[in-house]
Design a protein around this ligand. Structure first.
Ligand code: TXE
Length: 480
């Protein structure tokens, strides 16, 4: 099967007829091909977007909102088909795709369908000067959206929905590792009545078509989610052109567990925050710090709980963990486990490949717990991005705060305590963009989302996303 580019509302082959193999991680087989798009394909996609912009940017908010709502409804209608495609393409459990990925993709469109009707701008009355200022929030024009493989449709739509809601036209590129649901979205866009050219989807490798989108002189804003190194490279290319940039990058998120927390809730959530989606979520808590007085108990209970997780083929409804996304990624994750001792860690649970009956060539790995002694070790400093967490004890609040902040990343933190003062002190002092207290991954789409330090720049979510995808213009009128 061949996936096609979606340009100007039509499905087209790459002009140079170059293709990339697409793997099914659950069994290691090539099951489709995707366009290895070139500059020529980008030229066509850009042209379609540019042509569509004057009309789309002047389309009423009600009409835009209606179309986004249509898209949301169609995604919901086609949930079984989209979830199955996501599980096959990514390796994640089908149940997870059904309950999280696809519903969230629909929610992204529905949220911004509503949000755009409430997006207002400011006026400033220059009292005593007989002048009034008002600020327009105008769409930027053609913008670029580049998304990763861990939550394919979920993150792709998280960018696209606010971009088009705000009146922009888009050239978007999903990850070449998980292109399928973005491809299926094209059909939905047509059915929903999105005018031709408003959203164009080009497939291919980051180094060619991704790079070309970022380097395109007339694509004025880039929203990117992916690895920190790629983000740094994108910033380097885009900065001299003064593009607007929103970069959502990696994380090495601390989970801080105090003895005074609600223990059972914490344990259940910590298992999820460690291993959901095979640990391939930028928000997973991968450095777990436990107050010394409950460390031994936690260690025993955590191992017991994790040992109950089932690694299995993604289509088996009893699988808690599916396959990792690709062979190179599996190898990257394994190299941390294999070198754990050298890095000062001790694997206390898991660490082995798993062979699944009838899916023997898939990329399966046990959920893995490594005990470490020092937060400065490689295992606590580098993003592993797989089903691997570290645990270590701490003695007091200052010590754990210092360790939590001793990281080049700053995306999110999870805090488990029932002490309100401690909650406030730590939440204010921790260097992350997001803090969850007594919960994990509870998302309200109105809230700002993003990180500090090497976790990126800019915020998406709610009005922040609409601000990113618009350019403020102040108009000052003098009257006498
Ligand atoms: O991501 P890439 P990779 C982390 C995780 C993972 C590491 C590398 O640690 O192991 O990043 O993953 C496109 N110009 N995260 O290499 O390459 C690429 O085609 C423009 C965290 O798979 O950053 C894809 O569409 N685009 C993360 C997207 O960037 C380029 C999720 C992301 O891929 C490009 C994924 C270029 N030069 C990985 N090079 C998170 N924050 O959730 C690549 N791309």
């Amino acid at each position: 099967m061949k996936i096609k580019n979606y340009i100007n509302g039509e499905f087209v082959n790459p002009i140079l007829d170059n293709w990339i193999d697409n793997y099914n991680p659950s069994n290691g087989e090539i099951y489709s091909q995707i366009p290895n798009s070139s500059d020529i394909d980008l030229k066509n996609a850009f042209k379609a977007a540019k042509n569509a912009f004057p009309k789309w940017s002047e389309t009423t908010l009600e009409k835009r909102s209606q179309i986004l709502s249509n898209i949301a409804h169609l995604i919901t209608e086609k949930l079984p088909e989209l979830a199955a495609a996501e599980a096959k393409d990514n390796g994640k459990p089908l149940e997870l795709a059904k309950s999280i990925d696809i519903p969230r993709a629909a929610a992204n469109f529905q949220f911004f369908a509503n949000a755009i009707t409430q997006f207002a701008s400011e006026t400033h009355d220059s009292v005593g000067l007989n002048a009034i200022n008002f600020t327009l929030r105008q769409p930027i024009g053609v913008v670029g959206c580049i998304s990763p493989w861990n939550l394919p449709l979920y993150l792709f739509t998280w960018k696209i929905a606010p971009a088009i809601a705000a009146g922009n036209c888009v050239v978007a590129k999903p990850s070449e590792i998980t292109p399928m649901t973005a491809f299926l979205l094209g059909e939905i866009l047509n059915e929903a009545g999105l005018p031709k050219g408003v959203l164009n989807i080009v497939h291919g490798s980051g180094k060619t078509i991704g790079q070309a989108i970022v380097a395109h002189s007339e694509i004025k804003a880039i929203s990117f989610t992916g690895g920190t190194q790629t983000g740094a490279h994108i910033a380097k290319v885009a900065a001299p052109m003064f593009k607007k940039l929103s970069l959502e990058l990696g994380g090495k998120n601390p989970a801080i567990i105090f003895a005074d927390c609600n223990y059972d809730e914490m344990l259940e959530a910590t298992v999820r925050s460690s291993f959901a989606n095979q640990g391939q979520i930028c928000l997973c808590g991968s450095r777990i710090f436990i107050e010394a007085s409950i460390y031994q108990k936690f260690k025993t209970d955590f191992i017991t709980a994790v040992s109950k997780l089932k690694v299995g083929n993604p289509f088996d409804s009893t699988s808690d963990l599916g396959a990792l996304v690709s062979k190179p990624h599996l190898e990257k994750v394994r190299s941390y486990i294999d070198n754990a001792a050298q890095y000062g860690g001790k694997v206390i649970f898991g660490g082995n490949l798993v062979s699944i009956h009838n899916f023997e060539s898939g990329y399966y790995l046990e959920p893995t717990i490594i005990e470490v002694k020092d937060n400065s070790c490689v295992l606590n400093q580098e993003e592993i991005f797989g089903p691997v967490v570290t645990i270590m004890p701490f003695n007091n609040e200052n010590e754990v705060l210092a360790m939590a902040n001793d990281s080049s990343y700053g995306l999110s933190a999870t805090l488990w305590t029932n002490d309100l003062k401690k909650t406030m002190r730590i939440s204010k002092q921790i260097h992350t963009g997001i803090v969850w207290v007594n919960t994990w991954l509870l998302r309200d789409l109105r809230t700002p989302f993003g990180g500090v330090k090497n976790s990126g720049v800019g915020r998406e979510g709610g009005l922040e996303a609409l601000r990113f995808f618009t350019e403020p213009k102040n108009i000052c009128i003098k009257y006498n």
